[in-house]
Ligand binder design. Structure first.
Ligand code: ATP
Length: 134
């Protein structure tokens, strides 16, 4: 299988910078998959699971908000935050989820968009963490 170069970059770090065989990412219009020789395109990224295959093995990471650029067999993902599945602190994500849920139950005097965004981040982390700890 032909290789593509995957970069996942946050303001703090370069989480991934390596050749892979395939990438599947959570685009704003749904999940999209990238193989060698994919047409160039740009997409918004929403909190969710980004997975990639290396020599037949699938690896998972959680990505938050940002965008992806695909061009010349290179996938560059720039996001607010990202963690490999093994690095995710499940207790922290559960607490973030509970906080967001409690806020949303209040209905008044809260920033709904902010609480919903926090909820989506926590759900993405818990989903991805579950991939390696079920
Ligand atoms: P919290 O309320 O727990 O801080 P958050 O969704 O507000 O969650 P972010 O703003 O998305 O957190 O991320 C801030 C930093 O903390 C980033 O570097 C991110 O990778 C890291 N981070 C957030 N939650 C977790 C987690 N559950 N496990 C590992 N790292 C995390």
């Amino acid at each position: 299988m032909g290789k593509i170069f995957l970069e996942v970059i946050t303001p703090d770090k370069v989480l991934i910078s390596r050749e892979v065989d395939m990438v599947v990412a959570p685009g704003i219009e749904g999940e999209f998959g990238i193989l060698e020789d994919h047409v160039a395109f740009l997409s918004g990224i929403v909190p969710g699971e980004l997975r990639y295959m290396i020599d037949g093995k699938v690896e998972y990471c959680a990505v938050m908000e940002g965008f992806a650029e695909v061009s010349n067999n290179r996938v560059s993902v720039l996001v607010d935050a990202a963690e490999k599945a093994e690095e995710i602190d499940i207790e922290r994500a559960k607490k973030a989820l509970e906080r967001a849920q409690k806020r949303l139950e209040q209905k008044e005097g809260i920033d709904i968009a902010r609480a919903e965004a926090a909820l989506r981040r926590a759900m993405a982390r818990l989903k991805v963490a579950g991939r390696v700890r079920d």
